[in-house]
Design a protein around this ligand. Structure first.
Ligand SMILES: Nc1ncnc2c1ncn2[C@@H]1O[C@H](COP(=O)(O)OP(=O)(O)O)[C@@H](O)[C@H]1O
Ligand SMILES: O=C(O)[C@@H](COP(=O)(O)O)OP(=O)(O)O
Length: 299
C-alpha cells in the first residue's frame, strides 16, 4: 500500500485512485480520461517502489501526465484548484431559476466535482418555516411560489399579481436563506444553495459567493423536464403543466432581476456545458480576487 503524506497538515492516507480521479475531473477533464491518468499515476508510483509519497509528488506527477495527454489548459486548472483548496477559500454557490430548469441536478453535480458536502434546497428551508409559521399568519408560505398571489389577495388591477405573490413568498423564505448563508459565512464552510427563492437583490452576497440564474429555452423544453423529473420524483407532471405559463412568467422576472443586479443568466441546454461554464466562471473570478495570493503554477 502507498501512503500519502502531507507534512504541513499532518495527513497520512492510503493512495486512492478514486479520489485522484475526482480531483482531475475538477479541472474539467472527462471522467474516463481522468481515470486513465489516475491509473497511470498509480502505476508510476508503484514503479518507484516508495511506501511514502507526498501530496506534492502526486500533484507534480498528475500535472505532468495531463501535459503528456496534451491537456495543457486542464493541467493549469488542476494546479490552480489544488492551490485554492490549500488556501482554504470557502465558497458559496447560489443557483436560482424557475421550477424544473435543472437547479438541483446542477447543484448535485457541482457538489460532487467540487467536493462540497452541503447542498441545501430553498424548498427545504420553506418546508421548515411552514412548520413554524401557521398559514393564518403567512398564507403565501404555504403554497407553490406561482400560486402565492391567490392567497395574499393580490388585486386583479395590479400589473402582475403573480409576481407580487411570488415576491411575497421570496421575501419570507429569504429570511431563512440568509440565516443559512450567515452561518456558512461565519463558519467558513462551502455550500451550494439552490431554489426558486434565490432572487437577485433579495440575497446578501459576500466575497466568494457566486450566484447564477438558470433558465430553459422555452415551453417545450420545460415540459420535457417536468416529464423527466416525474420518472423519479412524485411531483405530478399535470400540476406543473397546468401552471406552466405562470412558471415561465416567473422565469422572465428572474432574468430581468438578474440583468439588473449583474447576475449571470445561464441557459441550461447541455448539462455538461452548464456545469463547465459555472466551474470556469468561479475559477476565473476567484483568480481575479485572490490571484495575488497564489503562486504561479510551477511546471
Ligand atoms: N440540461 C438538461 N438537459 C436535459 N434534462 C435536464 C437538464 N438539466 C436537468 N435536466 C432534467 O430536468 C429535470 C428537472 O431538473 P431538476 O434538477 O429537478 O430541476 P429543478 O431543481 O430546477 O426543479 C430532471 O429530471 C433533470 O434530470
Ligand atoms: O414553489 C415552487 O415554485 C416550487 C419550487 O420548486 P423547485 O424550484 O425547488 O423545483 O415548489 P413546489 O410548490 O413545487 O413544491
Amino acid at each position: 500500500m502507498i501512503i500519502v503524506t502531507d507534512p504541513e497538515r499532518k495527513i497520512r492516507l492510503p493512495f486512492s485512485r478514486g479520489i485522484l480521479t475526482r480531483s482531475i475531473t475538477l479541472a474539467g477533464v472527462d471522467v474516463g480520461i481522468a481515470y486513465i491518468i489516475a491509473t497511470e499515476v498509480q502505476k508510476e508510483l508503484k514503479e518507484r517502489k516508495r511506501k511514502l509519497i507526498t501530496t506534492e509528488d502526486i500533484h507534480e506527477l498528475t500535472y505532468q501526465k495531463l501535459l503528456d495527454h496534451g491537456l495543457k489548459e486542464a493541467a493549469k486548472r488542476y494546479l490552480l484548484w489544488r492551490q485554492l483548496r490549500r488556501l482554504k477559500v470557502p465558497i458559496t454557490i447560489l443557483l436560482g431559476g424557475a421550477t424544473g430548469v435543472g437547479k438541483s441536478t446542477i447543484a448535485t453535480e457541482l457538489a460532487f466535482r467540487l467536493g462540497i458536502r452541503s447542498v441545501i434546497g430553498t424548498d427545504t428551508i420553506r418546508e421548515v418555516m411552514r412548520k413554524i409559521i401557521a398559514p393564518e399568519l403567512l398564507p403565501d408560505l404555504h403554497t407553490s411560489s406561482f400560486l402565492a398571489w391567490k392567497v395574499i389577495g393580490a388585486g386583479r388591477k395590479e400589473n402582475s399579481p403573480l409576481i407580487r405573490g411570488f415576491e411575497n413568498q421570496v421575501q419570507h423564505v429569504s429570511v431563512g436563506v440568509n440565516a443559512v448563508l450567515e452561518r456558512a459565512y461565519k463558519e467558513g464552510f462551502n455550500a451550494i444553495i439552490e431554489g426558486i427563492h434565490l432572487v437577485p437583490g433579495y440575497i446578501e452576497l459576500r466575497e466568494n459567493s457566486f450566484m447564477y440564474v438558470i433558465t430553459v429555452d422555452g415551453r417545450k423544453d420545460l415540459e420535457a423536464r417536468f416529464y423527466e423529473r416525474a420518472r423519479y420524483s412524485k411531483r405530478p407532471v399535470d400540476y406543473y403543466l397546468k401552471h406552466i405559463e405562470a412558471i415561465l412568467e416567473i422565469q422572465d422576472f428572474l432574468i430581468e432581476r438578474a440583468r439588473e443586479h449583474g447576475v449571470p443568466v445561464l441557459n441550461n441546454v447541455e448539462l455538461e456545458n452548464t456545469i463547465n461554464t459555472i466551474m470556469e466562471d468561479i475559477m476565473e473570478r476567484l483568480m481575479e480576487r485572490i490571484g495575488e495570493k497564489l503562486t504561479s503554477p510551477s511546471p
